[in-house]
Write a protein that binds this ligand. Structure first.
Ligand SMILES: [Zn+2]
Ligand SMILES: [Zn+2]
Length: 180
């Protein structure tokens, strides 16, 4: 049975990897393991002119490192991510592919000049992790506001949606898994 591998990229805040295990297992029905190797130093993805990390490079690196892994790979990083056409991204995924990456950098209220809210940060990270992995399972953006596959360009959007797939996305996921 294939599984999901969580890979820390950079110095992750302690509960941020283990807290993803249960929601990801519940959503995708697969075992979730955490990479036991040392955390990856993402210096190779750093873009000095933007002071950010190129998420696509992180995905390429994960695919290279775990080329023999049979399952989905999610990199989790505290660093600020970008893709060239956007100011920032909360994460990126290979659609119907193998790897995705998610960042906690912009998920805490302290980033927006508000008091830190670790619990809210954790909820947002779970939603974005489920969302990006959902893309690797072939799920597209969903129109349902409460569906975790609804797209989020700001943290307010993340707070509006739930951490679960809607009925329609659940059906799509089930059909895709059945075909594998
Ligand atoms: Zn998305
Ligand atoms: Zn949906």
């Amino acid at each position: 049975m294939s599984s999901i591998l969580l890979v820390p990229i950079g110095k992750i805040v302690d509960p941020h990897i283990p807290l993803l295990k249960t929601p990801l297992e519940a959503t995708f029905g697969l075992r979730v393991d955490t990479s036991t190797e040392r955390s990856i130093d993402p210096a190779f993805a750093f873009e000095p002119s933007r002071n950010q990390y190129y998420s696509t490079q992180m995905i390429k690196h994960l695919l290279h490192l775990y080329s023999s892994f049979q399952g989905k790979i999610l990199g989790v990083t505290p660093y600020d991510l970008y893709v060239p056409v956007l100011t920032y991204v909360f994460g990126e995924a290979q659609l119907d592919g193998t790897a995705a990456v998610v960042s906690s950098y912009r998920l805490d209220n302290s980033y927006y000049g508000l008091p830190a809210d670790p619990l809210l940060l954790e909820q947002r990270l779970i939603k974005e992790a489920v969302h990006e992995l959902g893309h690797t399972f072939g799920l597209l953006h969903c129109h349902e506001y409460e569906c975790v596959m609804h797209s989020s360009t700001a943290v307010e959007d993340i707070d509006l949606k739930g951490e679960r797939l809607c009925g329609m996305c659940t059906d799509v996921l089930a059909r895709k898994n059945f075909r594998r």
